[in-house]
Ligand binder design. Sequence first.
Ligand SMILES: [Zn+2]
Length: 502
Amino acid sequence: MSLKVYNSLTRKKELFEPINPPYVGMYVCGPTVSGESHLGHARPFITFDVLYRYLMYLGYKVRYVRNITDAGHFEEEGREAEDKISSKAILEKLEPMELVQKYTNMYHWAMNQFNNLPPSIEPTATGHIVEQIEMIKKIIEDGYAYESNGSVYFDVEKYNTDFSAKGQPYGILSGRILDDQIESTRELDNQDEKRNKSDFALWKNAPPEHIMRWQSPWGEGFPGWHIECSAMSTKYLGKEFDIHGGGMDLQFPHHECEIAQSTVCNHQMPARYWLHNNMITINGKKMGKSYNNVIKLSELFAGTHPILEQAYAPSTVRFFILQSQYRSTLDFSNEALQASEKALRRLMDAYEWLMSFEQTDNHTASDGQLNEKVLKLVTAFDEYMNDDINTAKVIANMFELVPIINSLKDKHISATALDSKTIEFMKKQLTAFIVNIFGLESSKANNNNNKLEGVLQLLINMRKEAKQRKDFVTSDKIRNELTALGIQLKDEKDGGMSYTIQ
Ligand SMILES: [Zn+2]
């Protein structure tokens, strides 16, 4: 059986056929490093990490490109405002690249905590200004972009008219038609620079006070957000590649704009399969500043956000995310996370016992029916993953195996109830799926994490006490030596303390 994935472009499950097997090119939109990643960011990065691992398990040689947006992401799309990096750098009194480095390090730390594999290439927007300018020049030459006051805009209406005739209108991915989009676009500043409301910026003229600026044929400025992904995916994966991934919120306008830009430049749809994960809600509500429910990943791991009843280990969060298929909605709550924590422990305990279970002889199953059942459950792992990466169903099957493994352990069933080959197969499949594909760490690793957490908490308390008795030599020593080990302590507004490990 072969892998099928739901393609947002065609709105159906399709057989995955790479352009040039065994090679697979996959591009996933990475973070904007103007701040710390939050729980909402965890889902796409874990989803596509599991897809990456599964493709490798299937024998593909995958080039996984995930970018870092360190320029060009506007506070509000289309406004003349500073981009997110610039405005945050002013706020934090940092040089923009200092800010970018700080949040890139924190992002890498969080990805590491989740046990996400690093991508094959992690290009940055600021490292690819030349490629972006070249692409914009091409789009202007082809007549689909125009300059206005030192800025360059993509002409969405012209694109839509010409490419609708070719069966590829603007909005092909999200299903939005252009009239709807114009209706829904808010009245924005700087409208007079654009011919039409739906046009988007490829390049922005930098006002004198703007810190991040580069030379271009249109004067000093900075790139728009969408163009970086088109430029970097073309550079590292070619004009046409296999998979483009991201969160559902990126379908419009970001991916729609990427399709339009790349299609004009490269004369074809950039990616064959467009995969989008669904969003995470918090206690039934959308995540947003107005609800005060944006939980940063360091807060999640340390249990310091007011919503949280406790700290949650990264492996618990990872497991919680994998308990749902990536296209279904997922609601975060303390109860759900606590249930995941318990379930993961049960699963890992059973798995670890099974791995230590040594059979003395080769035997055939004394309980044929049970043997059949186990074989069926274990074989189905691959079938479920091939059905649009249904991690939820794989995990459900694992939990049907847990009581069987526990019965073996407690000797409620005979040690020879299952065929010895079945036991070996079960070990092999559980290791492949739990460890290699789902990337779940054994509870031993979690115990070590808990111990480390305990030691850190002890040092944090000792430092607090030293500060209280004005022993700044000791408090500074603790902070400096931890920094030297790559552990950053941070004083929180509420008097508490958090830390990050690099
Ligand atoms: Zn992107």
